[in-house]
Design a protein. Sequence first.
Length: 113
Amino acid sequence: MRTIVKTNISKVTKRHTCVYWKFLCFPYFVPSMKDQDNIGRIEQYVIDYVRELRVNNNLLQEDIASILGTTKAFISNAESTNHRAKYNLKHIDKLAHYFNLSPRDFLPEKTLQ
């Protein structure tokens, strides 16, 4: 879909209606987390493992953000059930290095299917 920016919203016609315009004027068009795919079991496992590491080592979300070179907001969103940011392989590698672990330690021993 195209993004069309109009200076006068009243002149926007059906032909010009686009996702961008709907998001600006009608926030209820924004899909909620309930509308999005649920987070996978393996992703939740990694998030829980990182949170457990953080808590057991008396670290703050800011500390994990510093280790990963990201923001506290990202860590907060990853640990939140409302926003589902996910750790990627680079994050896992950096955390494994910091905690002197193997990246394998962040994954379950068996499949979670």
